[in-house]
Design a protein around this ligand. Structure first.
Ligand code: ADE
Length: 250
């Protein structure tokens, strides 16, 4: 059976996942706590990645090299860049790009040196399973959706597309629009996914990235993101993972 790596970009979501694990044991490496155990009988290693591309890359590498995971699902929140996205929507990544990578004039903007690539694709089959699990969660978790409605949020949308990562929290309309103009296929921004995609590409490990929109990457994003993370994000992502495990492994 495959050993699944579960990386979360927030401590709160990992706490919920670890609370539901059987035979959970913790090991500390490189300043991270790796929880090994089982979710509904599926062997998993769960870890909070910390924030930013370097933290995410070292965590992903440890999951692969030290813990031997052979598929990786990365969860977290993101700022919406595309005008079609609202807070609470879910985005499953098709490809990831580092919006702050720029080695011009040596190579084209966004190209990761010596790879010839600007975009790193996620695994199509794994991403489809995570997309379907997210759809299942939106269909079946009536209580959670009711709670969102009572707090003034609409019915969440589910999208699949490109995500941009960079070592920058985007909290300015001008910066957001510059990213949108230069990278028109990008749906949302966060700070880790593209780094994990590069690591998984180098090691040949299938990856899926799923993000819930916590803010709109503009002047309101700081407050919005904190509020969303406090109230909903952990439950949201935990439900998606639960559905993923139930629909695929039981
Ligand atoms: N993660 C959540 N919101 C974000 C934003 N606005 N910029 C970067 N990463 C984020």
């Amino acid at each position: 059976m495959k050993k699944m790596g579960l990386m979360g970009a927030m401590p709160e979501e990992m706490e919920q996942i670890v609370a539901g694990m059987e035979q959970a044991e913790v090991q500390v490496h490189g300043n991270r706590k790796y929880y090994t155990g089982y979710l509904k009988g599926v062997p998993v290693v769960a870890v909070f990645s910390r924030w930013g591309k370097v933290a995410a890359a070292t965590t992903a590498t440890t999951l692969i090299e030290l813990f031997g995971v052979n598929e990786l699902v990365f969860t977290g929140v993101a700022g919406g860049v595309s005008a079609c996205l609202s807070v609470g929507d879910i985005v499953v990544a098709e490809r990831l790009i580092q919006h702050d990578m720029d080695a011009r004039p040596l190579m084209p903007r966004y190209e990761v040196p010596l790879t010839g690539k600007q975009f790193f694709a996620t695994d199509t089959a794994l991403s489809k399973r995570v997309f379907d699990a997210s759809a299942g969660m939106l269909r079946q978790e009536a209580g959670f959706l009711q709670q969102l409605r009572e707090n003034g949020m609409g019915r969440p949308g589910l999208y699949s597309g490109d995500i941009a990562s960079g070592d920058q929290f985007i909290g300015s309309t001008l910066v957001k629009e510059a990213i949108r103009d230069r990278l028109p296929t990008v749906l949302c921004v966060e700070m880790e996914g593209a780094a994990v995609a590069q690591v998984c590409h180098d090691f040949g490990v299938p990856l899926a990235v799923v993000r819930v929109i916590s803010d709109t990457a503009d002047e309101s994003s700081h407050e919005l993101a904190i509020q969303f993370v406090d109230r909903y994000a952990a439950r949201y992502l935990h439900l998606i993972i639960e559905h993923y495990i139930t629909e695929n492994h039981t």
